[in-house]
Ligand binder design. Structure first.
Ligand code: NAD
Length: 475
């Protein structure tokens, strides 16, 4: 098995204590990579390197265009290594290769390009005062950023944090999820090859509690903590940040509502609704896992939706034809299978789906379940959808907003007025109308309630990864 180390201060290194863990391929259910297992001492070593690179190194002092050139070179290298990077995420967590290589890798490269250009081209406001003073805003880098990532879109979600943090002149310590460590080491190797100075982008592997993750959140030399993961973990990390008064950005869980009105384009609504809940085997924070369908079209929609779910190709994620791979780990499979096994107990009917081979769950469609049932309220994070009929627009909005989460919602209608009216009424960080998963990096991304605190994207990332400074001058 190949070994993947931490990347600290420009070197790929083993853990100080020499500990390792293995990453398991969810398709073969056998270990495929050996990885350095970091603890508090390794995390502290990475923060010290990032601190030194920030306080005395060239990166924060470079012009944005110079940093941008290195980030664009990194994007070129990511594209050139699409096979290795895509295969790493697929073997680590079972995502179909067409998604990891075909979607996540190009989007990761695009994220580095976007934030490099955004930092270079960004404007700031100036305020001429009627006293003759002038005030303007500078966006100075915040310092050392700790980035803690989940396993569902490993490299792509890491790049949403790492790219803006670096583009704005910060130094970074990334802790990837323990289930998906490999692509982060590959990314850090490519960053060095692109010419990034030592200590600017560090990767430390390990677990969360009592391990590298917790140590990063408690280190007073860290200036920003950016976290994506479960809502419960977000609460723990917010508390750790509060102790050092370190600003924390939290992108957490979701239970997306998907509203299909009778006036929708039915074929389009079926196609997007399938993608919204079964992409990445449903392991998507944005999954449209609560599907509300207006009564007039309920039967026809459901027939088509179930047929489309049944037609999905389940198999080896390395096979280009596969649309549904295994779930990411034994533990996660056990959790999702627990929901599948208790559908009848919770009053529902399984129209299609259920347990598949190994760690696979087949696209599972549930009807007849009450809005109050666990399956309709809790984030399952698997290919499982609850379909509930509604009668009126007001009822649809009420059902959609009846959740502690507030990450995203979808709605399908051909009525322009309804589209704007319902989008405004939904409590969600993103509302997609007649589409899903379309992302413009200038737009805010994040959620309300249990879905998090703060937003990522464009100027929203800038606000978080910089210290905005007002300069007031008498001229
Ligand atoms: P998780 O919270 O279990 O782990 C996420 C990361 O946090 C991992 O790297 C883990 O090692 C680390 N961690 C765990 N406990 C920690 C602690 N006490 N201190 C520091 N670090 C700690 O989440 P997961 O299972 O990897 O990811 C799935 C979750 O992520 C789902 O809830 C999903 O909705 C959410 N998610 C949200 C978004 C979003 O943008 N809102 C995107 C993707 C995933």
């Amino acid at each position: 098995m190949e070994f993947y180390g931490h990347v600290i201060d420009g070197e790929e290194v083993a853990s100080l204590a020499g500990a390792t863990f293995s990453s398991t391929d969810p398709h073969t259910r056998r270990p495929w990579a050996e990885v350095a297992l970091g603890d508090g001492a390794d995390a502290d070593r990475a923060v010290t390197a990032a601190r030194r690179a920030f306080d005395t190194g060239p990166w924060p002092r470079m012009r944005a265009a110079e940093r941008g050139r290195i980030l664009h070179r990194l994007a070129d290298l990511i594209e050139a290594h699409a096979d290795d990077l895509g295969t790493a995420d697929t073997r680590d967590m079972g995502k179909p290769i067409t998604q990891s290589r075909g979607n996540d890798v190009p989007r990761t490269a695009a994220n580095f390009r976007f934030f490099a250009d955004h930092a270079r081209l960004s404007t700031s406001e100036a305020y001429p005062l009627d006293t003759g003073h002038h005030a303007y805003t500078r966006f100075d880098p915040a310092g050392v950023v700790a980035a803690i990532a989940p396993w569902n879109f490993p490299m792509m979600l890491e790049s949403w944090k790492v790219a803006p943090a670096l583009a704005w002149g910060n130094t970074v310590v990334l802790k990837p999820a323990e289930d998906t460590p490999v692509s982060a080491t590959l990314l850090a190797r490519l960053a060095l090859e692109a010419g990034m100075p030592p200590g600017v982008f560090n990767v430390v592997h390990g677990y969360g509690p009592d391990s590298a993750g917790q140590a990063l959140t408690e280190n007073p030399a860290v200036d920003r903590i950016t976290f994506t993961g479960e809502s419960g973990t977000g609460r723990v990390i917010a508390a750790a940040g509060a102790r050092n008064l370190t600003p924390v950005s939290l992108e957490l869980g979701g239970k997306g509502a998907n509203l299909v009105f009778a006036d929708a384009d039915l074929a389009g609504a079926v196609e997007w609704s399938i993608r919204a809940v079964f992409t990445n085997s449903g392991q998507v924070c944005l999954a449209g896992s609560r599907l509300y369908v207006q009564r007039e079209i309920y039967d026809e929609f459901l027939d088509r939706f179930v047929a489309a779910a049944d037609a999905m190709v389940i198999g080896d994620p390395k096979d280009e034809a596969t649309q549904i791979g295994p779930l990411a780990s034994a533990e996660h499979h056990a959790k999702v299978a627990g929901y599948v096994d208790t559908i009848a107990e919770q009053g529902g009917t399984m129209r299609t789906g259920g347990r598949g081979d190994g760690w696979t769950i087949r696209p599972t469609v549930i009807t007849g379940m009450d809005q109050k049932a666990r399956h309709a309220r809790e984030e399952i994070f698997g290919p499982v959808v609850v379909v509930i009929p509604f009668s009126t627009e007001a009822e649809a909005i009420e059902l959609a907003n009846d959740t502690s989460y507030g990450l995203n919602a979808m709605l399908f209608t051909e009525n322009l007025h309804r589209a704007h009216r319902v989008a405004a009424a939904l409590r969600a960080g993103t509302v997609w109308v007649n589409c899903f998963f379309v992302r413009d990096l200038r737009a805010p991304f994040g959620g309300a309630g249990d879905s998090g605190i703060g937003r990522e994207g464009g100027t929203f990332s800038r606000e978080f990864f910089t210290e905005p400074k007002a300069v007031v001058m008498q001229i």
